[in-house]
Design a protein. Sequence first.
Length: 332
Amino acid sequence: MAKRVFSGIQPTGTLHIGNYLGAIRNWVDLQRGHDCIYCVVDYHAITIDVDPKELRAASRSMALDLLACGVDPERSILFVQADVPQHTELSWILGCVTSYGDLARMTQFKDKSEKQEFVSAGLFTYPILQAADILIYKALGVPVGEDQVQHLELSRRIARRFNARFGELFPEPEPIVTKGARIMSLADPASKMSKSAGPTHYVGVMEAESSIRKKVRSAVTDVGLTPGEAMSAGVANLFLILEIACETLGDAATVSELKAEFADGRLLYSQLKDTTFERLMGVLRPIQERRARIAAAGDVDDILADGARRASAIASQTMREVRDKVGLGAAA
RNA sequence: AAGCCCGUAGCUCAAUUGGCAGAGCGUCCGACUCCAAAUCGGAAGGCUGGGGGUUCGAGCCCUCCCGGGCUUGCCA
């Protein structure tokens, strides 16, 4: 049996090229040779303030984005987290083998809680739910970015502690270190591309072409470098986007040509931007078209229902084992 | 549950005794630039958390509600 992989993404905001080039592209590739379970994590989304009128639509929309990007429901399981409520049941139990001190050490919690005026307990216990997401499917691999490594290590600790206390059940999930595509904000190349920094900082995968052109054109570069000098962060970021886009398109020549021009000090940044924009659209356009086709077909809800059904089958089996090992409930 | 403090533009905060709701940052447009940034010029942006009241006049005073923070409790 192929190695099982789990990963999730929050349904807040739209998918941006940092998400796609950094993570989702790998999700798609992992489908070859792995047994993949992909999840739109709406339980996680409500750890911060979210509009209930928008959440469900956002979850569906994110699922649609993922399908458009190439997540294949024939090969993988795609579902919305709250459609498999066993995630939260396991989360409670795992919370009881998680140390308070471990949670208090999570840097992402510290960062996020500083920015919120209302800090929910859910934000604090978030990594436990994340561990439940992974362990309930006994996933062996989890594709993660650098920012999630700490959380995955906690998941491993939780699995280990559960096994030690209640008997061997969960395999320790291994990180799948993906090609280090860390796309930076175009407006501020010192910080990672994110939706929270505002619309000028990210390029949406489904964004209108004219808008994307504008954003790529306004990318921060530098005042001009002398030949032989290292690239500035902004230029390096454009090259990174260009490189991944060209790789996807099977175009090896363009990047090396532009890099040679850069080394000679005769690269015009306007040209780099135009080329990057063009190649990026070469990648995004088919995704956008596919999204339109899938949306028109109108079977996303069916796909998600089927995904939830298949995920539930695994999750409820694991929960039977968990309840048995822990001794929960009156019925055996 | 009680006490105290807080809520003003997207964000951080001003606003004299109760007297025209403002600034910085961000956003948008323009100039400059190979493209951008920075800089300069311009613009948009508000039910002052909500309801009621006092007053000629309320961001400011009274009252209730909602939300947040801190403190001391109560119940499980």
